[in-house]
Write a protein of this length. Structure first.
Length: 152
């Protein structure tokens, strides 16, 4: 990880990367956006080891990106949900996905598309619906398998 001390620069990008810049952290946040909230589902969806997942989840909770919600008391088990801070990552992840689709896409098309609940349109640059022009939030979109539909 990068040092948290930046004596020669003030860099919000570097500070943000301390929180979500690790590969597994981004994939965990992606999976929570996709509706996977339980430890075993996150482990299966990302392919991460259980110990690394536990460490990354603890980090994301400590940083306020995710929150733990107990869904069972005996034994005690938790789900992980996005906080407001985590939900604010939707434009970042959407742009990263669109960039990846454009420059590293599969021949059969993207594995996943995001669809506007209201009109069926898709996010474009700036997280605006390409069909109706609405500004989209995490509550406005759903993920759908598409093209080369390999489960992310």
């Amino acid at each position: 990880m990068l040092d948290r001390d930046y004596p020669d620069q003030v860099c919000s990008i570097a500070r943000a990367l301390e929180v979500i810049g690790q590969r597994w952290s981004v994939l965990i946040v992606r999976d929570v956006f996709l509706g996977r909230h339980r430890f075993d589902d996150l482990c299966a969806g990302t392919g991460i080891t259980r110990s690394m997942l536990a460490a990354r989840l603890a980090h994301l909770v400590d940083e306020g990106v995710l929150e733990r919600r107990r869904y069972q008391s005996r034994p005690e088990r938790f789900e992980y949900h996005l906080t407001e801070k985590g939900r604010a990552l939707l434009p970042v992840l959407t742009q990263l996905m669109l960039w990846g689709d454009r420059y590293y896409g599969e021949p059969g098309g993207p594995p996943l598309t995001l669809e506007h609940h209201d009109c069926g349109g898709h996010p474009q640059d700036g997280l605006q619906c390409d069909r109706c022009g609405a500004a989209l939030t995490v509550d406005d979109v759903r993920a759908r398998p598409a093209g080369f539909a390999r489960r992310p």
